[in-house]
Design a protein around this ligand. Structure first.
Ligand SMILES: [Zn+2]
Ligand SMILES: [Zn+2]
Length: 125
């Protein structure tokens, strides 16, 4: 099978995340920006466990991640942003204010700093 090297094979992708307060799974839809980054513009509830079982963990997104003004916030607790755990590299919701947060996946408490520049996701089909 021939493969083509494409840095960003998708124009839109979905990343699985989990709510830090209510532990619900949700998907975040991201669109590629002209600058080669990604902007999160949609979030929707997923049935428990679906995000990891299904396709949403297979692709790596590289580039700066930002939140669109239209991002509807966490579908469970209405947190307006997201963060990625430094230990398990998975995504949880974030209120955009707290300086540290407990990972909804592995339970590790992380000090939040910097920007998200790498995420795993899947194609939005
Ligand atoms: Zn939440
Ligand atoms: Zn974690």
């Amino acid at each position: 099978m021939k493969t083509r090297r494409v840095e960003h094979p998708f124009e839109a992708a979905v990343v699985a995340a989990r709510c830090g307060r209510e532990r619900g799974d949700f998907g975040i839809r991201l669109e590629r920006t002209h600058g080669g980054g990604w902007v999160a513009d949609w979030a929707f509830r997923l049935p428990a466990g679906l995000g990891e079982r299904e396709r949403y963990g297979s692709t790596e997104l590289r580039g700066a991640i930002s939140m669109a003004e239209a991002y509807p916030s966490c579908p469970y607790c209405r947190a307006t942003s997201i963060w990625r755990c430094g230990a398990c590299e998975r995504v949880s919701c974030w209120d955009g204010v707290s300086e540290q947060a407990k990972c909804a996946h592995c339970g590790v408490t992380c000090k939040l700093s910097g920007t998200i520049d790498q995420l795993r996701g899947g194609a939005d089909r």
